[in-house]
Design a binder for this molecule. Structure first.
Ligand code: COA
Ligand code: ZN
Length: 310
């Protein structure tokens, strides 16, 4: 098969944007508290790799996620050291948004779910109540600083399949509020390429100009296949977590995100360019087990360990 045949088979974009989310999604699922200085050292390593955007932390109830109790310190230090990188903070409510702004977040990533049951577990609100709070957050900061993350955009741990119409309805409301973009998350990593294709095609048809980020967990090993599916529809912005860490404490069965080093290797193999240095990400990922106590879930890290005997 020559290159032209291959691009007809999978019309991958020329460039992709990779957003690093390990410091938020990866750490939130780690039980033992990672010392603040360690979090900052990991962020320094990741910042070195060339990401334009990093999700640095989340401003959530410390009772819900004790690991994020040092969000203010982590974000302040990150902003002081890494001036040119867009610092994102996840928030579930107005209180979190106020704290994130006070500590220098460039972008607030407001989380709500496409399914009622997960939204209630995760944020103790109905989806409508979360939307009302999202509107308040947009009013507070200016919607151009607000991105919305739609959790359970494909499947829900409590309700199963999430119909694409539920996602379209929610994205419609998010875009009407003027948010700068929207993430669609496979929160528990059980979406198939077929499911991803159906939802993403409908989203593309309805919102062709929207900035849509895909946030895919890899529980069933389908994240890269789902990313390939998304790229065939023209999507090219992906969240990923160094080392494949991650998971939502309020979504039973969720494994980590697609590992950033695996995604970068995949994109390189397809000839898709990014701004990120894959070697630096791999080095950062290899340090994570010692620093966080969490084993890696990453093909590239496993391969490196095989080769080096580390
Ligand atoms: N940041 C810090 N503290 C917060 C907060 C925030 N964003 N939101 C609420 N709190 C504090 C309140 O001040 C209150 O503290 P107190 O008991 O010392 O007075 C306590 O948390 C409870 O506040 P309340 O408004 O009643 O919240 P809740 O108990 O109904 O919880 C959420 C709602 C959204 C705050 C909580 O469910 C949450 O933080 N969820 C996070 C979900 C998450 O991060 N999931 C993974 C990422 S998708
Ligand atoms: Zn996630």
């Amino acid at each position: 098969m020559n290159a032209a045949d291959f691009s007809a088979f999978c019309p991958a974009p020329k460039r992709a944007e990779v957003i690093e989310v390990c410091p938020r999604d990866g750490f939130q699922n780690v039980k033992a508290f990672i010392p603040t200085a360690t979090k900052i050292a990991i962020l320094d390593d990741l910042a070195e790799a060339g990401f334009k955007t990093i999700e640095v932390t989340s401003f959530v109830s410390p009772k819900a996620i004790p690991q994020m109790a040092d969000a203010a310190e982590v974000l302040t230090e990150f902003r002081r050291k890494h001036v040119g990188i867009e610092a994102v903070a996840l928030v579930p409510n107005v209180k979190g948004a106020e704290k994130a702004i006070a500590n220098g977040a460039h972008t607030l990533n407001f989380v709500l779910s496409a399914s009622e049951s997960h939204n209630r577990e995760n944020t103790r609100r109905t989806v409508d109540e979360s939307l009302t709070e999202l509107a308040e957050v947009c009013h507070l900061t200016g919607a151009s600083h607000v991105h919305a993350s739609v959790a359970t955009a494909f499947t829900c741990p409590f309700e199963g399949d999430v119909p694409k119409d539920a996602v379209i309805k929610l994205v419609d409301k998010i875009i009407a509020l003027g948010c700068k973009g929207v993430s669609l998350a496979d929160t528990i990593g059980t979406a198939s390429p077929r499911k991803v294709y159906g939802t993403l095609r409908a989203v593309k048809e309805r919102f062709p100009q929207a900035r849509v980020v895909l946030h895919l967990h890899d529980t069933q090993g389908m994240a890269l296949a789902n990313i390939m599916t998304a790229m065939s529809l023209g999507y090219n912005i992906f969240d990923a977590a160094a080392g494949g860490l991650g998971g939502c404490p309020f979504a039973p069965g969720a494994a980590g995100n697609v590992a950033t080093e695996d995604l970068l290797n995949f994109l390189t193999a397809l000839g898709v360019e990014t701004d990120v240095d894959a070697g630096k990400v791999l080095n950062a990922a290899m340090k994570l087990p010692k620093l966080t106590g969490v084993p890696l879930c990453s093909h590239m890290a496993a391969l490196t360990m095989c080769k080096t005997g580390a």
